[in-house]
Design a protein around this ligand. Structure first.
Ligand SMILES: [Zn+2]
Length: 160
């Protein structure tokens, strides 16, 4: 299964060698290009639309729909423990995963969803992850959860 190695944790260590056989295929999201890693994430017209709809949610407004730019932004903050950077990582992983899933849905199930729907699912998925995350009950986190319409009562109490 191709998507087995495309788990959200592994998305940053993408192995390009797995994808050679994909290069022959027309992109099923825009039908205007070849299906390749850099095209899908996120230079494809479809993916670009998705990225532009979700990026401001995590303060990545200035980050262009290019894999290298997005990864660089994340790597610059990879040692950060801030909740905001954690959410950014969740969002990028969810975006890549959902775009990949949509591509597969078109390939195998002939199912076709617009970028608006994909963006909504990405936001939902990040919300669910945030609800389940053990975040510190502090001002920053409460503000962040407010932005995601999650009530503070769902926070784990820090004990102190
Ligand atoms: Zn495309």
């Amino acid at each position: 299964m191709r998507w087995k190695w495309l788990t959200q944790d592994k998305i940053l260590s993408w192995d390009i060698s797995h994808r050679k056989n994909m290069n022959m295929m027309c992109c099923l999201l825009c039908y205007a290009n070849h299906d390749s890693h850099s095209h899908l994430f996120f230079e494809c017209k479809f993916s670009t639309q998705v990225w532009l709809m979700v990026r401001q949610k995590v303060g990545m407004d200035s980050v262009q729909p290019k894999w290298d730019d997005i990864v660089k932004w994340l790597l610059d903050r990879s040692k950060s423990n801030s909740a905001a950077d954690y959410v950014a990582r969740l969002l990028v992983a969810a975006s890549a995963y959902l775009i990949w899933q949509e591509r597969n849905a078109r390939l195998f199930k002939n199912q076709l969803r617009p970028p608006e729907t994909i963006s909504e699912i990405i936001i939902q998925q990040v919300r669910y992850k945030l609800m389940g995350a053990k975040l510190k009950n502090c001002d920053n986190v409460r503000r962040l959860l407010g932005d995601w319409e999650i009530k503070g009562t769902e926070l784990q109490d820090d004990g102190g």
